[in-house]
Write a protein that binds this ligand. Structure first.
Ligand code: PMP
Length: 428
C-alpha cells in the first residue's frame, strides 16, 4: 500500500498545525507510521488521498452508526442547510431532538445542547457543583471526559489522593478538587468520600471506552449509586460514547442504576459537532437562564447538527432490531480475532457492548486502568500497522474502542478475521 500523498500532506500539515493534527490521537503516536489523510467515506469504508480503501472500524470514533454518507442523514443535512447554517436563535429542531432524548432516557427530564462531549461534561460538572454547593468531584482512572481543566487529572500516588494535573496549563489549584478512584473498585470510592465531605458528584463512563472497552460491573454501579445518595453527591453517567451505541438508551439500557445527570455526544450529532447534558428537572432548572449556573454557546443547538442527529436517532428508533444485528457482528468480529489469537498462542481479551467492541493483548481480564496498562502495546502496534497495510482501519491505540456500523457487513468482518489470522501468525 502506498502512502506517498499522505506522507507529503502530513509534512505540510505539521508546518501550520501543531503535530499536523487537530486532536492528538490522530497522529498515530502510539502505533507509529503516518496517519492516512482521508479523502472520503463510503458506508463502511474509508478512502485516503492515495486512493487506499479501508474497512473502517472507527466510524469517526463512534458517531456514524449508519456509516459514512448515510442517505437519510445526508438528505436531512442538505435540506436544513439550504435554509441557513446558523441563527443563534431558537429553532423547532432543538425541541424535536430534545423530546426524542427525554422520551428515551428516563433519567433525563430536560436536556441542553452544546458543541462537544468536552463541553457537555464540563457543564454537567459545573451544574453539579452549583446544585450541591460543593467543590470536589470524583473521577475514575482511565475514564476520559474531555479536556476541560478539572478532568485532565491523574493520580499522584494510589487511589483517593487529590489529583495532580496531567497537562501543563492546568493549575494545581483546579486539579486538587478532583479525587481519583479505581474503576470497578468501590473501596477506592469510599476512600474518596472519607477524604472529603465536599464532593459534588461522581462522574463515570458506565461502559468505559477510553481505556479500551471496560464495562462497569452492575454491583459496582449499584454501590456507587448508594454511596452518592448516602453522601448527598450527584451521580453523572458520561455516555458521550456509549449513548446510542451500547443500546438505544446507551449503558442505561443495560443497567438498573439511574444517574442524576447524563452527558451525551457523538451519535446525537450524526457526525456533526454536538454534545448534550441532561437530568432531573430540579437540577436542570438551576441552569441559566432559569437558574444561576451559567452556561452558553453561540453555535449550540446548531440547526444542521440537530437535523443530522434527529435523522440518525429516528432511524434507530424505527428499527431497534439493528442493535441485535450490530452486536452479533461485533461478536462475530471479536470471536474471530480471539480464535485467530488462540491458534497462534497469543493472549487476547475481548468484549462487546452493542456496537462497541474491544480487544486487549493481555493474558488477564481487564477490569480497570491498571489492568489495561498491563497489555502488550508493542504487539498491538504491530497488529495495527499490519492490518492498516492490508486495508483495515482499527482505532490507533490499545486504549480505544472499536465501532461497528450498519454498513459493516459479515463479509467485511470475515475478511478482517482472515487477515487478522495471517497477521497474528507473524506476531507470535
Ligand atoms: N466523554 C467521553 C466518554 C468521550 O469518549 C469523549 C470523547 N471521546 C468525551 C467525553 C469528549 O468528547 P469530545 O471529544 O467531543 O469533546
Amino acid at each position: 500500500m502506498k502512502h506517498t500523498k499522505s506522507i507529503e500532506a502530513y509534512a505540510e500539515a505539521k508546518k501550520v498545525i501543531p503535530g499536523g493534527v487537530d486532536s492528538p490521537v490522530r497522529a498515530f503516536g502510539s502505533v507509529g507510521g503516518t496517519p492516512p489523510f482521508i479523502e472520503r467515506g463510503e458506508g463502511g469504508y474509508l478512502v485516503d488521498i492515495d486512493g487506499n480503501r479501508y474497512v473502517d472500524f472507527v466510524q469517526s470514533w463512534g458517531p456514524l452508526i449508519f456509516g459514512h454518507c448515510d442517505p437519510t442523514v445526508e438528505a436531512a443535512v442538505i435540506e436544513t442547510l439550504r435554509r441557513g447554517l446558523s441563527f443563534g436563535a431558537p429553532t423547532l429542531l432543538e425541541t424535536e431532538l430534545a423530546k426524542e432524548i427525554v422520551e428515551l432516557f428516563p433519567a433525563i427530564d430536560k436536556v441542553r445542547f452544546v458543541n462537544s462531549g468536552t463541553e457537555a461534561v464540563m457543564s454537567a460538572i459545573r451544574l453539579a457543583r452549583g446544585f450541591t454547593g460543593r467543590d470536589d468531584i470524583v473521577k475514575f482512572k482511565g475514564c476520559y471526559h474531555g479536556h476541560s481543566d478539572s478532568l485532565l487529572v491523574q493520580a499522584g500516588s494510589g487511589a483517593a489522593t487529590f489529583g495532580a494535573p496531567n497537562s501543563p496549563g492546568v493549575p494545581g489549584d483546579f486539579a486538587k478538587h478532583t479525587l481519583l478512584a479505581d474503576y470497578n473498585d468501590i473501596e477506592s470510592v469510599k476512600r474518596c468520600f472519607e477524604a472529603s465531605d465536599n464532593i459534588a458528584c461522581v462522574v463515570i463512563e458506565p461502559i468505559a471506552g477510553n481505556m479500551g472497552l471496560v464495562p462497569a460491573d452492575e454491583e459496582f454501579l449499584k454501590e456507587l449509586r448508594e454511596l452518592c445518595d448516602a453522601n448527598g453527591a450527584l451521580l453523572i453517567f458520561d455516555e458521550v460514547m456509549s449513548g446510542f451505541r451500547a443500546s438505544l438508551t446507551g449503558a442505561q439500557g443495560l443497567t438498573e442504576v439511574k444517574p442524576d445527570l447524563v452527558t451525551l455526544g457523538k451519535v446525537i450529532g450524526g457526525g456533526m459537532p454536538v454534545g448534550a447534558f441532561g437530568g432531573r428537572t430540579d437540577i436542570m432548572s438551576k441552569l441559566s437562564p432559569e437558574g444561576p449556573v451559567y452556561q452558553a454557546g453561540t453555535l449550540s443547538g446548531n440547526p444542521v447538527a440537530m437535523a443530522a442527529g434527529l435523522a440518525q436517532i429516528r432511524q434507530l428508533k424505527a428499527d431497534v432490531a439493528i442493535y441485535e444485528v450490530l452486536q452479533m457482528r461485533a461478536e462475530r468480529l471479536v470471536n474471530g480475532l480471539k480464535s485467530a489469537a488462540d491458534d497462534n498462542g497469543i493472549p487476547l481479551q475481548v468484549d462487546v457492548r452493542g456496537s462497541m467492541f474491544g480487544f486487549f493483548f493481555n493474558d488477564r481480564p481487564v477490569k480497570n486502568f491498571d489492568d489495561a496498562l498491563n497489555s502488550d502495546t508493542d504487539r498491538f502496534a504491530k497488529f495495527h500497522q499490519a492490518m492498516l497495510d492490508r486495508g483495515f482501519y482499527f482505532a490507533c491505540s490499545q486504549f480505544e474502542t472499536g465501532f461497528i456500523s450498519t454498513k459493516t457487513t459479515d463479509v467485511m468482518i470475515d475478511e478482517t478475521i482472515r487477515n487478522a489470522r495471517e497477521v497474528m501468525g507473524t506476531l507470535k
